[in-house]
Ligand binder design. Structure first.
Ligand SMILES: C[S@@+](CC[C@H](N)C(=O)[O-])C[C@H]1O[C@@H](n2cnc3c(N)ncnc32)[C@H](O)[C@@H]1O
Length: 151
C-alpha cells in the first residue's frame, strides 16, 4: 500500500522519518496539504489528520480538496482539541518569537461536533459522525474531538 505523510514543517518530517522511515511504501512530502492534494493523481482510500492540517486550514478550502481525492467510500478521519465554549470558526494564536520580532500568527478552525457534521455534509461527505472523547484518567480535563466521514 502507498502511505503518504504531508506536513509543511521540515522538523516534523525529520521526526516522521525517524519514527516511521522503515515503513515499506511510505512517502513523506514537505508540502501544504491543499497543494499536495491538488497535484496528487492516485487518490486515497483514507485521509487522516491527527491534530494536523484539518485543524489549521480553512475547511472551505481543504474539505473540497480531500473530497476530490478520496476514492468512493473512502474515509476521512481527523482529531483535534475540542473548541473553547463560545469560540467558534477561525481562531488566531500568537506564538512569541525573538524580542525584535512580531509573534508568529497561527490560525486554527474550531467547531462543535454538530457544526463539523453540518460542514462535512455540505461538502458532499456521508456517514458523518463527530464526538468528543473524554480525557484519559489523570489531571487533564480536555478530551479529544474525533470526526469521521465517508466520500
Ligand atoms: C499540532 S502539530 C501535529 C503534528 C502531528 N500530526 C502529530 O500528531 O504530532 C500540527 C501540524 O500540522 C501541520 N500543518 C498545519 N497546516 C498544514 C497544512 N495546510 N499542510 C500541511 N501541514 C500542515 C503543521 O506544520 C504541524 O506540524
Amino acid at each position: 500500500m502507498r502511505a503518504v505523510g504531508v506536513d509543511v514543517s521540515p522538523q516534523q518530517l525529520v521526526a516522521a522519518r525517524e519514527r516511521w522511515g522503515w515503513t515499506p511504501g511510505l512517502q513523506l512530502h514537505q508540502a501544504d496539504a491543499i497543494s499536495f492534494l491538488r497535484e496528487d493523481r492516485e487518490g486515497f482510500a483514507a485521509v487522516y489528520s491527527v491534530y494536523g492540517a484539518v485543524w489549521f486550514t480553512d475547511p472551505a478550502r481543504l474539505l473540497p480538496a480531500i473530497r476530490e481525492r478520496l476514492r468512493p467510500g473512502g474515509r476521512l478521519v481527523f482529531s483535534q482539541r475540542p473548541p473553547v465554549e463560545g469560540c467558534y470558526g477561525c481562531q488566531a494564536s500568537y506564538i512569541p518569537r525573538g524580542a525584535d520580532e512580531d509573534p508568529l500568527v497561527v490560525k486554527r478552525w474550531d467547531y462543535e461536533p454538530d457544526a463539523w457534521e453540518r460542514l462535512l455534509k455540505e461538502h458532499g461527505f456521508s456517514d458523518v459522525s463527530a464526538d468528543v472523547l473524554a480525557a484519559p484518567p489523570g489531571n487533564r480535563k480536555t478530551g479529544t474531538l474525533i470526526v469521521r466521514a465517508r466520500a
